[in-house]
Design a protein around this ligand. Structure first.
Ligand code: SF4
Length: 97
């Protein structure tokens, strides 16, 4: 890992204050913030940094689109349907019958 840029600073529009690069490159469970390319392109060669310091698999995780609101709602509805189906499929207990 190249740590030579760690002390550089940028104003973070997401958090509303100045941050050091070391935070931006590790804030997602050790992986960079998904906005790192947008925030740092004017200050350093961020594309090269990212390409040289992360694997393809890590890059997919870093820049994976977050699930849309509709996807999240559908997931919750499907989970509730499954739970409802499972509760109606359960056999009656001795006290029920
Ligand atoms: S990369 Fe993320 S954490 Fe860093 S300044 Fe940009 S939005 Fe903020």
């Amino acid at each position: 890992m190249d740590r030579s840029h760690d002390e550089r600073e940028v104003y973070c529009r997401m958090l509303g204050h100045v941050l050091a690069f070391r935070y931006c490159r590790a804030m997602q469970e050790g992986l960079p913030c998904s906005r790192i390319l947008d925030c740092w392109f004017e200050l350093m060669d961020i594309r090269t940094f990212v390409a040289e310091n992360y694997t393809r698999q890590e890059l997919r995780r870093i820049f994976a689109p977050s699930p849309s609101r509709l996807d999240t709602i559908c997931e919750v509805v499907n989970r509730l349907r499954r739970q409802e189906q499972e509760s109606t499929d359960e056999p009656a207990g001795p006290e029920d019958g």
